[in-house]
Every structure is written in C-alpha cells, then in structure tokens.
Design a protein around this ligand. Structure first.
Ligand code: GDP
Ligand code: IMO
Ligand code: MG
Length: 425
C-alpha cells in the first residue's frame, strides 16, 4: 500500500483538503505534518461543506485514523472546538490521534503574532494571526510547551512561568501590551488536558507501524511549497516546511517510507497575504478569477490575489518539494477566458530566467513571459472524464505537464469529490 504526501505546489489553497479527502476514501491513516490552524481546508460532500483547520480531512470516514503529527502546532481550544463542530454534524472524531510531541499555541503567541505584524508596518507578512510564527519561534528557541507537558503539571507550570516571565517583558516594554498571568494560562490549559488525553499518543510509532503493516497512509500538507520557511518566498512564508521533507520530520518517518508526492496546482495562481507574485493580475481577468474561483480565504475571509499559472514557480516547487506527480485544480475557472496564458519564463534587465531566480528581488521586478493558448469557452464543471474534456482544455493541461516536468495524474473541475478524473499518461 502506498504512503502518499499531498501538498500544495503554490502559495496554499490549491485544494489540499479536497484531494486529501478524496484519497482518504481508501486510506487507513491521514496525518497532518506541519502548520496549525492557519490552514483552511474545504471539503464539499453533497450539499455539505466542511472547513477544517487542524483535523486531517480524512476524519469524515470511519475507516480513517486522523493524526496530528509532531510537526504541527496546536491551539487546544481550536482543536476541541473543531471536534465539537464535527460531532454536531454527525462525525465522531474519537479515533483522532494527537502527537505527544506537538507544540502548543499559547495565548501569548496569538498576541505576539498580532502586535509584531503591526510593528512591521509596510514589511508585514499578512499572517493569519493565529500565533503560528511565535509558536514555532519558541519551539526552535527551546522554550516551547509540548502536548506531553499538559500531563506533568509541575513541569508545565515551571516551563510556563519561565517563558511568560520573559515574554511579558517583551510584550510590556516593547509592544506596550498588558502582561499575561501564568496562573491563569495554567488553569485554562491544564483544563484542556483531560479532554485531549484519550487522543494523545506516540504518533511517530503509530504511523511507522501502519506503514510496516502495509496500510494506506496519506500525509496531508498545509499551505504550499512557496510558503515553505526554507524554500518559499521568505519572509513572506509560513514558519514550517510544507515540502515533502517536512513530512518526514513532522511525522517521524524516513524517506524510504514515502512512495509518492502528489503536488497540487491550480490552473492559475492565488496568494493571500503579502509577498512577490510575478504573474499577479490587477485587471478584470484577475477579478474574474477571484469571483468565479471564489477566491476568499477559508480562515480569514481575505480576498486572494490571483494571476495566470506560473510554470517557472511550478517547476521550482516540483523540484524542491520532491513532487513526483501533479493534480491540476480549478480548471473549470479558466473556462471564462477566450485565451488562456501560461507563464513560462521571467525577463528582467535583459536576462531571461527559465528557473526560479536565486535573487528574490527579481520576482518583484520581472516581466513574466507568456505563451497563449486558445481557450475552450464552455462550461466544463460537469465533465467527468479526460475524453470528454474539450480538446483545447486537454491541450492546456498537456502543455502544463510538459512544462512542469512531471505527469499530471488528476484533473479537478469543481469542489465536489466527483468533479475529479484521471488524466491518462
Ligand atoms: P486548501 O487550503 O488547499 O484545502 O484549499 P481551500 O479549501 O482553502 O480553497 C480551495 C477552494 O476551492 C475551496 O473552496 C474548494 O471547495 C474549492 N475547489 C477545490 N477544487 C476545485 C475545483 O476544481 N474547482 C472549483 N471551482 N473549486 C474547487
Ligand atoms: P492552507 O493550508 C494560504 C499565509 C498567510 C501569510 C503567511 C504567513 O489553507 O493552504 P502564518 O499565519 O502562517 O504565519 O502566515 O502564510 N498562509 C496561507 N495562505 N493558505 C494557507 O493554508 C495559509 N496558511 C498561511 O496568509 O501570507
Ligand atoms: Mg486553504
């Protein structure tokens, strides 16, 4: 049975939730390996829409054990709320496993996220303000608090006191904010311990064993390769590694445990928050992409910036993300346009870039070079097979595959699971 990583190949919101959920139908385990409730994964099943931020998209199937891996940062109040939401809609998250080594998002992380953004002014990242960056900062600064600390109240209080003492100085003296009371936080968080206890586990061992037992395991990424802290458009990135390398450290398995890495690309590009975006469109075409694609953030409701597909960035994401095959998402949105464009190089100061430039400044100033393909101008949202796709749409997908350098295996033409079909090789 395969172990598959599903990860966005752009700046997030490529449809990871939909595809992870689709693959989960035949899976045994679906594990999130990084990020936290900055993610917003939408799943559409019949008339029902679920927006999940922390719990893996496979949770809706009784056959799946959903797992939150050690690489994630977890806001326990949000997790418990998400579990309640699922229960209220008839889904029992009883099988959920939470890594004992995952780090906790604390109230001061959320506060720091908001005030640091304000202080950055024009340099701000446009974070989701969920405390993600500050939680990872504490993790790597070795003052983070882990899920397992909830079950050793003495250690929990000691660690909390030390970190709050320092953090309060920063909050009060630098950011002019009120101090946090460690006792209040301890009371709140130790209160979460009981509700979460039955879910807490050695998830690295669990997933390792599942793979050894030949089970079908899906590693569900959040965000996308271009938001990766190492390989993305730093500093306009998230604070973790969505790339498939992150799947290994974020769960606790080795490279040979992964059989394939399915990257997701929209048929165009979207981005929330600030940062460079060479093919961004600020004209009617971009506006149509936003409107028809429903490009508003699942978590923050922010309007997503949109533009033509950029295959320089896609080739880069395939390479650094270790992507072995692709799914092309939201192809239906391009039905709006009589001509569809594919960015295949950048031009800046007389230099043509076929590879993602090593100097990030180029991304701001370059002019994308496009090839124009004839559009198909008919609604394809009801198409359910490759052979029924208009030839112009087939040509477009084939051209993207040729430029990306790895096969496109899946085509998505609508939010529902059924609106997905295979592309023959
Ligand atoms: P994720 O964060 O990668 O899981 O993606 P989001 O859920 O944030 O955003 C993707 C949006 O596109 C969701 O509203 C999906 O329901 C929707 N969606 C997914 N695939 C398709 C598709 O092929 N066509 C259209 N029109 N919408 C899609
Ligand atoms: P999914 O999983 C799109 C963006 C934020 C901001 C940057 C840093 O739904 O694809 P953070 O709060 O993580 O410190 O913000 O990353 N961002 C996302 N953009 N989809 C997401 O998740 C995102 N998660 C974070 O907008 O630019
Ligand atoms: Mg999303």
């Amino acid at each position: 049975m395969p172990a598959t990583v599903v990860v966005g190949a752009q700046w997030g919101d490529e449809g990871t939730g939909k595809i992870a959920n689709l693959l989960a139908q035949d899976a045994d385990v679906v594990v999130r390996y990084q990020g936290g409730n900055n993610a917003g994964h939408t799943i559409v099943i019949g008339d029902e829409t679920f927006a999940l931020s922390l719990i893996p998209s496979g949770v809706i199937y009784p056959n799946v054990t959903p797992v939150i891996g050690n690489g994630c940062v977890v806001d326990p109040a949000v997790l418990l709320k998400e579990m309640d939401m699922l229960r209220s809609r008839g889904i029992d998250p009883a099988k959920l496993k939470l890594s004992t080594n995952a780090h906790l998002i604390m109230p001061y992380h959320r506060k720091l996220d908001a005030v640091r953004e304000r202080f950055l002014g024009k340099q701000q990242i446009g974070t989701t303000k969920r405390g993600i960056g500050p939680a990872y900062l504490d993790k790597f600064g070795r003052v983070g608090i882990r899920v397992q600390d909830l079950y050793d109240p003495g250690i929990f209080r000691d660690k909390l006191e030390a970190v709050v003492k320092e953090t309060n100085k920063v909050l009060v003296k630098i950011y002019n904010q009120l101090a946090f009371d460690p006792e209040e936080i301890a009371a709140e968080y130790l209160g979460f311990a009981k509700a979460l206890e039955r879910h807490v586990d050695d998830t690295a061992l669990f997933v390792w064993q599942a793979i050894r037992d030949g089970q079908n395991v899906i590693f569900e990424g959040a965000q996308g390769v271009l938001l990766d802290i190492d390989h993305g458009t730093y500093p306009f990135v998230t604070s973790s590694n969505p790339t498939s390398g992150g799947a290994l450290t974020g769960v606790g398995v080795g490279p040979h445990d992964i059989d394939r890495v399915l990257g997701l690309t929209k048929a165009y590009v979207s981005r929330v928050g600030t940062g460079p975006f060479p093919t961004e469109l600020s004209d009617d075409i971009g506006e149509t992409m936003v409107r028809v694609g429903g490009e508003y953030g699942t978590v923050t409701g922010r309007r997503r910036r949109c533009g033509w597909l950029d295959t320089v960035a896609l080739r880069y994401a395939v390479r650094v993300g270790g992507i072995t095959e692709l799914a092309i998402m939201k192809l239906d949105v391009l039905s709006q346009f009589p001509t569809v464009r594919i960015g295949n190089a950048y031009e800046s100061e007389g230099v043509t870039y076929g590879e993602f430039p090593r100097q990030q400044g180029v991304l701001y100033h370059c002019t994308p070079l496009y090839e124009d393909l004839e559009g198909w101008s008919v609604d394809i949202s009801e198409v359910r097979s490759w052979s029924d796709l208009p030839t112009a749409a087939q040509d477009y997908v084939q051209r993207v595959e040729d430029l990306a350098g790895v096969p496109i295996r899946l085509v998505s033409v609508g939010p529902q699971r059924a609106a997905t079909f295979e592309k023959p090789s």
